[in-house]
Design a protein. Sequence first.
Length: 243
Amino acid sequence: MGQIFFSEAMGSALLLLLGCGVVANVVLAKSKGFDGGWLLISFGWGLGVFAGVYAAALSGAHLNPAVTVGLWVAGEDFATDVPATAGNFLVYLAAQLVGAFIGATLTFVAYKRHFDAEKDPESKLAVFATGPAIRSYGWNTATEAIATFVLVYVVLVFGNTPSGLGPLAVAMLVVGIGASLGGPTGYALNPTRDLGPRIAHALLPIPGKGSSDWGYSWVPIVGPVLGGAIAGLMYHVTPVVAS
């Protein structure tokens, strides 16, 4: 389980470094990618998933507690010779959170001078954490649950289809979700993807950073967990897929 922890943490760190990094490139002042647009962000996150899945191959590359929950509800092992148990779930969760925090911190280091130059605290927070375009906690939670359902259900289906696309398929799925369902909330899809960087935002010495918006922080936790659990249940009760 020590190897599993390291694998998940490394994959999660790379995911968040590239994911937070593309947001920083697009929103921070004086960056060469400034104002690059939503599709650049979506592709950056997708390719972050691509890198993270390869790096975390040993652990099954969950990179996301919603995926871990989905596998557990679906009755699948977490990885080869790693049964779905409460203890193993906590190992995955800890690794994902630690990795996410590290990846977000490295993004801050890479863009330190741009954080110094940026005057807008909301842009600084956007590098680390998601936030709604229109704040409505119930609807925001529903959006996150729907988008995460798509992610986890299709990832589970990938496991029973004769395809060698692997990480590339998951990466393109994330791009598609971002392009289609990412607008209302910024599509966290992943509790630790949001919580780890939000903690980093709160702790790092970012000048003029403003609030970490903890009032919203439960939405990208509850929504993805619900979506992942429903996806696991649907996969479990669909014989055509789970055969």
